[in-house]
Design a binder for this molecule. Structure first.
Ligand code: PLP
Ligand code: COI
Length: 355
């Protein structure tokens, strides 16, 4: 259990007004959580302090070799005023899976959740309540040793910042257009693809720019070896409904194990819908589109929630799914997941945690 020190701001910022059309990740709240690590001393000095810049040595290792990780989760205000988190224990577990891969010291799961609760409770007035909005929580860890040799750092900072957000894609719940990338690759098994570390995101940017230039929102990655099998999208996992069965790429070491992905699988199974986690080739997908058995496509993620996909482009082929509209199951998943997150629908035990 952390003994958290609280230092409240004396200069609070104005809250976004109800008519502010919140976008994603541009506004930050009044406070942040910070905690330091030093070899021999462990994690120490947990504190909630006013949101402020951090001062680092230019030689801090994070700037040179990218030893950093991040997480993403959201807080919601229920109609009865309760403040709810969605499966934060899963983010705590994934943090430590990432940390082990990139040689960052682990954080006890209960300390991670306690830190999230402490900063969210401090800035609870910032949780927006308009449909489609929430308070995005961004925990991250950076390596701070002032050193230019390549080795794991001996010092780190764990920080949590908060941002009131609307939809991640400007399209909102309207279907997005996805570009299947067959030139660049994001990750390979044995690399850091299944870890939530910045390296995966910088690897994705050149392809994303190319896709944007052609009017596509995001890139769908293929496996890095054969470039045949579907992996995931830049900021979400991907699902297909083919002939009544839900198919999603299996976790193979290069895909992020999404918490929303896991939730979609559990919900579909609970509704009696067959779910297959397996390899799926882009060839199979386009054959399904051609013969009419591809019924729905959607992405899942904390920021993206459930995001219907209306168009897929691979090489010179473009398919339109559901005439570019929202599929029935995508809509049901969106309604159910957001309903559980807002405390309006009872979800499986332990999915919603009160702050
Ligand atoms: N895949 C990638 C690359 C992501 O960045 C995210 C977002 O966190 C996801 C999948 C979805 O994961 P989650 O549902 O845990 O947010
Ligand atoms: C999230 O959904 O929490 C993510 O981390 C995606 C992010 C790249 C915006």
């Amino acid at each position: 259990m952390l003994d958290i020190r609280f230092e409240k701001t004396t200069n609070p910022k104005p809250l976004p007004t109800a008519d502010n059309p919140l976008t994603f990740g541009t506004i930050f709240t009044d406070h942040m959580f910070e905690m330091d690590y030093e070899t021999g001393k462990g994690w120490h000095d947990p504190r909630v302090i006013p949101y402020q810049p951090i001062t680092l040595d230019p030689s801090a290792m994070v700037f040179h070799y990218g030893q950093e990780m991040f997480e993403g989760l959201k807080a919601y205000k229920a109609d009865d005023g309760r403040i709810l988190l969605f499966r934060p224990d899963m983010n705590a577990k994934r943090t430590n899976n990432t940390n082990r891969r990139i040689c960052v010291p682990e954080i006890p799961e209960e300390d991670f959740v306690q830190a999230v609760k402490a900063v969210v409770a401090t800035d609870k007035a910032w949780i927006p309540t308009k449909p489609g909005t929430s308070l995005y929580i961004r925990p991250f860890i950076i390596a701070t040793d002032p050193f230019l040799g390549v080795r794991p750092s001996d010092t780190y900072k764990f920080i949590i910042i908060l941002s009131p957000v609307g939809a991640y894609y400007p399209e909102g719940l309207n279907p997005v257009k996805i570009w299947i990338e067959d030139d660049y690759v994001r990750a390979v098994k044995g690399g850091v693809g299944e870890a939530k570390t910045g390296a995966n995101y910088v690897a994705s940017m050149a392809a994303q720019m190319k896709a944007h230039d052609d009017g596509y929102s995001q890139v769908l990655w293929l496996d890095g070896v054969e470039r045949k099998y579907i992996e995931e999208v830049g900021a979400m996992n991907i699902f297909f409904k083919i002939n009544g069965t839900v198919v999603t790429p299996m976790l193979n070491g290069s895909i992020l194990p999404g918490i929303t992905r896991n939730s979609c699988i559990e919900l579909c199974k609970s509704w009696g819908i067959p779910v297959e986690e397996r390899r799926i080739s882009v060839q199979e997908l386009f054959e399904a589109a051609d013969n009419g058995s591809l019924e729905e496509v959607w992405g899942s993620g904390t920021a993206a929630v459930i995001s219907p996909v209306g168009h897929l482009r691979w090489e010179d082929k473009v398919v339109q799914i559901k005439d570019g509209g929202i599929g029935e199951l995508s809509q049901k998943l969106y309604d159910t997941v957001t309903g559980i997150q807002l405390g309006r629908i009872e979800g499986p035990k332990g999915w919603v945690i009160e702050v």
